[in-house]
Design a protein around this ligand. Structure first.
Ligand code: SF4
Length: 410
């Protein structure tokens, strides 16, 4: 690999390993430290759980680890044999396969494996699969599974939606207090929300540095550095981490450092990452002097509506405003804005076969946006975790042709 195609790792990555290592260690030691564990969906009510003193565990993070280590390939069939279809979420099938087979990337980190839940809390704002996923474990361990049911394809996030979700979130408090063995302290909730809000502001600022030409940061960097925003929002460690990362990126911008040497094209990644192929894809884009500067995925952990002064209603608004649960009209307006802000030359849609919720190419959106924005697009067929659904050769060739097309357009 030549110097020009080598990924320029950020120094903050060292801090991140330490921050994530500490988080995982505390998680595993929860029971002996007298802490209860709550499993939470990635856009579930993490702030409420943290304020109640739970250690909060996000199984989607484990799903991504199973994908990135490619362990998912052997584990998905184990869940399939238990009746979980190969067509449903491959985070779910790889995670349940991991549980049934007793194999996890945590073992390679000399850790015992995902912590057993005392309670599981979902929000269907992202999909129904998370509820089925959590109910599997609730049955296994005979523990409560609680949740929030959010409307899908939301246009404007109006009062009735905010009221409904806030009411459902408040209804979780009593059963959660019972599991936690403590009462909710609203001042503590406000503190946690304040930290979550700070994390959001910093993470957004980190992603915004990629609007600079050349960009100091890529989508592939984002998939690594988003870890604390996902699992540690509401915790001081995430805030501290993003302050350091933002300072490093600001310096890169000042020094004119390009994440992709000789950046010639800038594209937007719409849809899930292909976890088992991140390094290969990152290298190919480097070789093509194409920077994936922004994505829906990394921006999904920006929750601007969070407001400590109005905890339940603002959580409801924030978690009902995420891209995945919005109508196509809202999604298109969002991508349009992103394309302008990040000076995009083209859009790549990942059609993830086991996640229709994050595959936005299936109902004519690419064609509509091409007309509006006059930008070329490419659809890549694959999956987040199930590499049996991904063709390396076909993807390589179509990305190459897409970069060529961008070159001609430019
Ligand atoms: S949104 Fe997609 S990837 Fe995420 S849990 Fe749901 S089905 Fe799985």
């Amino acid at each position: 690999m030549s110097e020009a195609t080598e990924r320029k790792d950020l120094q903050a990555a060292g801090n991140m390993k330490a921050v994530m290592g500490k988080y995982f260690t505390e998680l595993m030691r929860g029971p002996e430290a007298g802490r209860k564990t709550a499993w939470c969906t990635s856009v579930g009510p993490a702030e409420l759980l943290r304020a109640l003193g739970f250690n909060v565990y996000f199984p989607e993070n484990h799903g991504a680890m199973l994908g990135a280590t490619r362990m998912a390939t052997d584990l998905i069939p184990v869940a399939n044999a238990r009746g979980f279809s190969p067509d449903i979420c491959s985070y779910l099938t790889s995670d349940i396969g991991s549980h049934l087979k007793g194999e996890s990337p945590f073992h390679k980190m000399k850790m015992p494996g995902p912590p057993k839940a005392d309670v599981l809390v979902f929000n269907t704002n992202q999909c129904r699969d998370v509820k089925d996923w959590f109910q599997f474990y609730a049955r296994q361990w005979s523990v409560p599974c609680l949740g929030i049911h959010t409307a899908r394809s939301i246009g404007e996030v109006g009062e009735s939606i905010v009221e409904d979700v806030a009411r459902q979130t408040e209804a979780l408090v009593e059963p959660l207090e019972e599991v936690a063995g403590t009462k909710l302290d609203v001042d503590r909730l406000r503190e946690v929300m304040d930290l979550s809000r700070q994390c959001t502001v910093l993470w957004k600022a980190v992603l915004a540095t990629a609007a600079t030409v050349p960009s100091p940061f890529t989508f592939f960097d984002g998939t690594i550095h988003m870890g604390p925003a996902v699992v540690l929002r509401g915790h001081q460690d995430a805030v501290d981490y993003y302050e350091v990362l933002l300072a490093e990126l600001t310096q890169r911008v000042a020094d004119g450092v390009a994440a992709v040497e000789g950046e010639a094209h800038r594209i937007y990644w719409e849809g899930m990452p292909i976890w088992g192929k991140l390094r290969d894809l990152s290298t190919q884009f480097m070789e093509l002097k194409t920077c994936v500067v922004a994505s829906t995925y990394c921006n999904s952990w920006v929750f601007e509506a969070l407001d400590p002064a109005d905890p339940f209603r603002s959580m409801a608004r924030a978690y009902s405003s995420i891209f995945i649960c919005r109508s196509d009209r809202e999604k298109e307006a969002y991508i349009e804005e992103m394309a302008r802000t990040f000076k995009i030359d083209g859009i790549l849609y990942h059609d993830a076969k086991t996640c229709p919720n994050n595959s936005n190419n299936r109902y004519g959106m690419p064609q509509r946006l091409r007309e509006k924005l006059d930008l070329p697009y490419l659809v890549v067929h694959g999956d987040l975790n199930d590499l049996r659904l991904y063709s390396e050769e076909q993807t390589r060739t179509s990305i190459e042709a897409f970069a060529e097309q961008l070159g001609e357009a430019g």
